[in-house]
Structures are given as C-alpha cells and as structure tokens.
Write a protein that binds this ligand. Sequence first.
Ligand code: GLN
Ligand code: ZN
Length: 757
Amino acid sequence: MQKNWVTGFPRIGEQRELKKALEAYWSGKSDFDSVISTAKELKKRHWNYQKETGMGYISCNDFSLYDTMLDMALTLGAIPQRFRHMQNEELYFAMARGTQNAVAMEMTKWFNTNYHYIVPELSPADDYKLDATKIIEEYKEAKSAGITPKINIIGPLTFLSLSKRVDRGDTFELYDKIVPIYEELLETIGTLDNEVVVQIDEPIFVKDVTPKQLSLIKPTYDKLCAAAPNVKIAIQTYFESAVEAVKVFVYTPVWAIGLDFVYGEENFRVLDELAKSNKLLIAGVIDGRNIWKSDIDYKKELLEQIAQKFPKERIIVATSCSLLHVPYTLKYEEKMDSEIKNWLSYALEKLDELSLLSKLFFDEKLNEEEQALLTSNKAACLSRKSSPLIHDKVVQNRIQKINKWERADRFEDRIKVQHKVLRYKPLATTTIGSFPQTPEVRKARRDYKSGTITEEQYKQKMCEYIDKCIACQEECGLEILVHGEPERNDMVEYFGEQLKGYGFSQNGWVQSYGSRCVKPPFIYGDISRPKPMTVEWITYAQSKTEKIMKGMLTGPVTILNWSFVRDDMPRSEVSKQIALSIADEVDDLQNAGIKIIQVDEAAFKEGYPLKSSKISEYERWAVRDFKLCVAPAKKETQIHTHMCYSEFNDIIKTIEAMDADVISIETARSGNELLKVFAKSGYKQEVGPGVYDIHSPRIPSVEEIVKQIELLLEVLPKDQLWINPDCGLKTRKWEEVIPSLKNMVEAVSIVRAKLNA
Ligand code: GLN
Ligand code: ZN
C-alpha cells in the first residue's frame, strides 16, 4: 500500500498548452495530430511531476481534451441522437461545442466550483455500449511512462444524478441500461493488469442525498466489485462531508473511501463506523481548491485526530479533491510580492506538501531538502499570522464599530421619493452595464498596463469610448444610461485591483470549461478601499448627458465567489469587509450626484452551500452584506442589483430581503417563467427581466420583443417592470447591439401606446 494519493491533476498545462493546441485546431490552423501530441506530452509531464515528488497513487483518465463527464458519456455510449452520425474527434467536439446543425450539449457548474461540465443527455430510446478505448490507452501510456496508475472514472450514481433526460423523465429509470456498462468497463479494466486501482468519483453524496440514491449504493457496488475481483475500488467524495453514504458504503466490498477533511468536517462523525470495516481511508487534508500553503503542523495534527478514531495503518494521505481547481506552479509568478508568494501553494507545491506531510505522519526520516521545506513552511505560516500586509487594525476597528447595517427607510417610502426625483415612466428602459468591448478598448487597457501609453492617453481613450457609448444609447432612445464599463476587464478583477488586501497572479490559470481558463484574483488580507474606484468614470459619463447615468459596482458576494479567499478567517467576515469598501463607493457616488447605483450580484446563487442545512447561514450573511454595502444610500438614491440566470424558486424571499429597489435578471431564454416566481411570492420591488437573449448575434425583431413584454405584463403590472436586455452586451458587436436596442425601445413605445389607448 502506498502512503499518499493525488485525487486528480490539472490538465490544461502550466502554459495553457492544451488550450492553445485546441484553439489552433478548432480554428483550422493545425490538425488533430498536434492536439494529440500536446496531450501526450502534458500527460507525461504531469505524471512525472507526481512521480518525482514521491506520490503513491497517481491517476490516469483524469486527463481530458474537454471534460471528464463528456468522456464518461462517450465511454458509456451515451451519445445524443443528433450527433450519432459523427465519429471520433468530430463527434467529441460536436457534443461539447455544437455544430451548425446540432446544438451543443448543456454545460453546468461542477458542484460549488467554477469548473463546468457537460451534462450527459440520456434517452430511454437509446442503447448504450461500452467504449473503453480512452481509458485503456491512457493506462498503457502511463505504464510506458513508468507509472502504474489508478484509473479515475465518474461513478454511476453521480453520473445518473447529474445527467438529464431529453424527455425530462427520471434518469434513474435508465439505471438498468447504464450500470451493466459500468460492470463491463470494470471487467475490461481488470484485464489490464494483475491488480488495478480504480477511483470511482461519487461526489453526489456530499449533497442532500435522497433515499433512492442511498438505496442504490449497495446493489450497485456489490455488482461493480464482483465484476472484476482484481480491481480495487476506491470511492472518492469531495467538497463536503458524505456521512450518510459512507454508512452504506461500509457494507459493500469497496476497497477504500476518500473523504474531504478540509471542507467536510462532519466526516469525522463517520470515522468510528468506517474503522469497524476493513476499508482504507483516503484522508483529503491538503486543500485541493484553494491556493494557500498548508500549515503542515496543523495538517499533521488533523491527521493525528483522524488516527485517534481510525487505524493509522489504513490511512492514505490525500488532497481534498482534484487539483484541477488550482493553478499549476508558482514558478512563473515573477512579479508577485515575495512575502505574499511565500504564503501560496499551487498544484506542484501541493505535491511537495503532500509528500512531506505523509512522511511526517508516518514517521519517515526527512532528507535535508524536506527538512528545509518544513522549516520554511513553519516560517511562512507564522508570518501569515502576524504580517501587517494581512492584518489591518483600521479595518478591524471599523468592522467592530459598524452601526448602520441597512438603509434607514422602508422600500415603500423610498420608491415614492425615487419616482418623484427620477421621473421615469413605467417600463423604463436600461441595460445591464457593459457595452461591446472592442479590440481597441482591450488594447488601450493592455497598453496602459504595460506602460506603452500614459495615464492621460488612456483616460482619453476611455472617455472617447464613454462618449460614443452615451451617444449610441441616446440614439437608441434608452432612458437610464450606463457608461459601458470600458475600463473593466472583468467585473471582479476591476475592483480587486483597487482594493487593499487583494492579490493577482501572473499565471494562476484555472480551467473553467473546455479550453477556457480564468485567473481568479485572491484575497490575502483585510480589505479596504484606499480611494474611490469608479467615481471619476461615472461622474464623467453623467456630465456628458442630461439623462440619468447609472453607476456600476460589483457586490461583495460576487467578489468573494469569483476569488480565491483567505482561509484564516470565515468567508462571512471577508464578505463583510468587502461590503464596507463597496459601501464607501456607494456613498461617494451618491455624493457626486449619481442617482441610480447598480450593485451586481451575478454570483449570488452560485455561492449557495451544497447541503441545504447550511443554506440559511449563507443567506443570513449574504443578505446582510448586500444590505450593508448599500446602507449609505439615501432614500432618493435608487439601488439596483443584477443577477444572472438563476432558479429563483427557492430563493425568492431571500432576494426580496436584499431589499434592492430594482433587480434586473437574465430571463430571455425562459419566457416569463422565471418572472412568475416573483409574482407568486408577492415580490414588491421593481424588476427588469431580460427581454432578449444576447447570447446569439441574431437581432430580435420589434414584434418579438413586443410579444415578450406582453408576456411579462401578464405576470407583473407595468409600474413594477423595467425593460432591459439580458446581461452580457460586452460580448457582442456594436452592429448587433444598436439595432437590437433600437428594436427594444420601439417595442416599449408600442406597448406603452397600447396601454395608454
Ligand atoms: N454589469 C455587468 C455587465 O453588464 C454584469 C455582468 C454579469 O451579469 N455577469 O457586464
Ligand atoms: Zn448577468
């Protein structure tokens, strides 16, 4: 038995090699062979990294050209009809990205991470058939690279839970078709070697589990374990605790169970029972989804605590989840403050930690290098506890003394005053904030960052854009204007860059989906706002128009959810600090004469915990901090918020409790269904449902927008409705945006005329 276990490794490449190879191939600049050779090289490199750092269990099949859920669907032959005439890479990428004639499969968030997987589509009419080629080839590739890998696959119960049925039926009705293919797969895997370890990911059990899911554990895993006696099955869970499932898994013949002890503290509660079985415990103690250096002493202590309840000789030390969710290596971070860099640990550094930790835990002798690593680890953790870069007395005092947690006036009173001051008509028209980000705007931002142009030149260019943006909106006839957000590369990064306590990486890329990567900023210390962040741009824009200019901010929960967050303080406290900084900005904007301020909470829904028992706690502080950040707003200052496509059903009361005067939501793809939730719950504030989908270059006609508005009016009265497109105009071209908005405004005037008649 080996001592340590890497749940999975990132695959995009430390220089995003896979991304580049894929995109070159998709654009016709290279052939598929070059994608394959890049992939081979990456796999080999990643295996070697793990081998060199002394990792015991190293995975294969954690690699993917696009997504491992998609790979699993193909392994099972779960290919939707519209793709079935295709083959090989054509088929694979068509499923992922769509073609002219076949829309891509749906993509959605992987649990509470920012990774997105392809949602398998199942149909009772389809037959399924095993294709284990990829798995077999990757196993052999690893062997020829000198590694005997474990094989990672997504488990049948997670696969069925996360798939969807074309006819909306229950995916579990296809259990009898899918599970036999898994059996066959394990049989096939059994032929690869004398003994093979298979990591079967069943993270579905960290969510609220249904009796049905639980009841299927035993029959399923009895079968899978029987399929090939020489295959050792390890059940892998992550991101939360999986207590109920483990209580059932102990009665199956699986060989090991992987639990997350970083994000699933409750897993401690099941150790006694697990100890009574003969299973191994894969103890996930190195944080696989955050970028902080592990406090090795503390982690060792954690393992000792586990060992008090579970026999040490049956413990394997592991990462809490796949390292897919962290960047590769600090090696390329050349510009980062060295003190801050010293607190971080990316995937490669985490391998070293894992190796060091398992040696310490199992009382193995450290070599000189490891000794040095341990010493520097202790020093880094100590410096994090006291560094003035992190701990800011001023911020802490201010937090202690907060006395204004929310706006003074009730919505009913505020809205009357606002209508008097702002004088907008029913069905007032506006947009969500950004306008097309042209190559020139991007270039200006880049040139400014790299010092190629002066601040003055940069401002000039931004102001020119704002001028144009205002002129266009006036030409379209919009009523409440925006400045267009040309100065923002990203709605979180823009604010992060201006907040104290926020850090940025040079090469901290993390795969978001397919070839797409993001580089989340990170919060390392107490947050404060040294100076106004948006006031200059917004007041400039307001000075250029007679109409009302809406100020644009990003809310605390969204900033939090799209960043790596410090782990030495509860998220709710970090959120509070961000809220105070945003509150300062709200106050400065209104004092500078801005009458409407929008605070985007695009990621509010994304932040929800995986277990429903933890939801009310999240909602409590998330709502608290939204209210805190708009608390300075006077009654005549109108506060808007915006949320992207969400199911509002379960959370509508929470949305109402945020108490924004107006909320805009992304709804165009769902007709008036989302809005019905607002009406049904008696939602009282004003709402701007998106009236057209901006995800396609198509220009919506006046007639169809009229229809859409009339649908909305069936649900809510005109006085409660605003009219706007969905969010994301920044991804479109001006040629698409202008005629679309003109049509939207014309549609509104037609509807208004009808209403008046
Ligand atoms: N104000 C932002 C924009 O329009 C909102 C982005 C979003 O909805 N994710 O780009
Ligand atoms: Zn949005």
